[in-house]
Write a protein that binds this ligand. Structure first.
Ligand SMILES: Nc1ncnc2c1ncn2[C@@H]1O[C@H](COP(=O)(O)OP(=O)(O)OP(=O)(O)O)[C@@H](O)[C@H]1O
Ligand SMILES: [Mg+2]
Length: 364
């Protein structure tokens, strides 16, 4: 069966929505070398222990074992994506993406093997995206990397132990980060216009991710080639700064950015130091986040001045969710717009892009 899906290969997390299911699958973009682990108590969900063997002709190392996502974020040997990584060519990004696609197919509705079958098989038409500044040079590279036949075997993952999924990607439609988010906001599920101002207007977007911030300008749903731009800057470098300062001041080390942001999202700012003391990391977080917000506001102001035709500016991405109060503070009288679930707007947009390019009969 051919499925339509939106796949946001984020530097912080890979997000996947499959047509027909509403819940996005979110997997932190963290990978570590896999090994035979001692399981004392099985995790209560497969996502907490993605232990996989990935085969893909597009990977430099074939048939390697990896811990992916949450399981890897606990590991001291893990790798998160860095500024120098390019998601169109990064093996790590592809490993997490393929794991997500395989996982979605075995947890989706009514996925049962026929008698005699040992390998699950799933076919996808994917919508996905790249940052403004990477798009022109790399969209074809990404498309070629995704399209083809890959295989993922789940090893010690609870409920999925020993299952192999063949992931066939028929087509990949690559769009631009931030612009896809706007497409989602401007349209209904059936792709009809939902918001005329967004659909027909000239709209500025600031989409802040982990490593990049995109500033597409979209006019009547077309990307403006001249004014759209992007920065090699995201929330991650500020999170790294917080991790460093916390370690210097309190001798406490967060194993990964994922671990830190989990705490911040829950509003848990007290850390337990070795011994009995506790420390409040809130002042360090405030310092870095205010600095990040000021930088974003300055960049938006600069873009808006350069192109006054922009009717309104949307601040999106996980960065917007994390920095919202700080950005509102820094923006003073400049009015900026935010939306709920801003880190998921792209992935829903990618799914709609895939749908808009596929005839109704071809896929569901
Ligand atoms: N709801 C939220 N609240 C607070 N922080 C968030 C939220 N969602 C995401 N973040 C954080 O914001 C940052 C950017 O998240 P986002 O998911 O937009 O990045 P990404 O798409 O993976 O990265 P990139 O766009 O650079 O590839 C991350 O550090 C993430 O942990
Ligand atoms: Mg992103």
């Amino acid at each position: 069966m051919l499925k339509l899906a939106g796949l946001d290969i984020g530097n912080d997390s890979v997000k996947l929505v499959v047509s027909g299911t509403n819940e996005p699958i979110i997997i932190p973009s963290v990978v570590s070398p896999g090994y035979e682990r001692h399981v004392l108590q099985e995790e209560d969900s497969p996502l907490k222990a993605l232990d996989v063997m990935v085969y893909s002709p597009k990977l430099k190392k074939k048939n390697q074992r990896y811990f992916v996502g949450m399981l890897a974020s606990e590991d001291q040997d893990n790798a998160e994506l860095e500024e120098t990584d390019n998601k169109a060519t990064s093996d790590q990004a592809l490993i997490v993406a393929l794991t997500a696609l395989a996982y979605a197919s075995v947890t989706g509705v009514a996925q049962t093997l026929q008698p005699g079958e040992t390998v699950d098989q799933v076919e996808y038409v994917l919508g996905t995206g790249l940052p403004v500044r990477t798009y022109a040079r790399y969209h074809q590279v990404l498309e070629e990397r995704l399209v083809g036949e890959h295989e993922v075997t789940f090893l010690s993952t609870p409920k999925l132990r020993g299952r192999t999924v063949r992931v066939l990607i028929r087509r990949a439609i690559v769009s631009v980060e931030g612009a896809a988010a706007l497409f989602h906001m401007a349209t209904h599920e059936n792709l009809q216009v939902r918001d005329e101002e967004l659909y027909y207007g000239c709209i500025g977007v600031c989409e802040m991710g982990a490593l990049t911030t995109d500033f597409p300008v979209v006019k009547r749903m077309s990307i403006d080639n001249q004014f759209s731009t992007g920065e090699q800057l995201g929330l991650a470098s500020y999170l790294d700064g917080i991790i460093r300062d916390v370690e210097d001041q309190y001798g406490y080390r967060f194993a990964s950015r994922t671990k830190l942001i989990q705490r911040i999202r829950r509003g848990e700012f007290l850390i337990q130091r070795v011994g009995e003391g506790q420390a409040d990391i809130r002042p360090i977080v405030d310092t870095y986040f205010s600095r990040a917000a000021q930088k974003i506001v300055d960049l938006i102001r600069k873009r808006w001045k350069k192109y006054p035709d922009i009717q309104c500016f949307y601040v999106l991405g996980g960065g917007a969710a994390a920095l919202r109060p700080y950005i509102l503070d820094a923006a003073e009288n400049m009015r900026l717009r935010f939306v709920e679930d801003s880190e998921l707007q792209n992935v829903y947009g990618y799914l709609k892009m895939a749908r808009s390019r596929t005839s109704n009969t071809e896929a569901i």
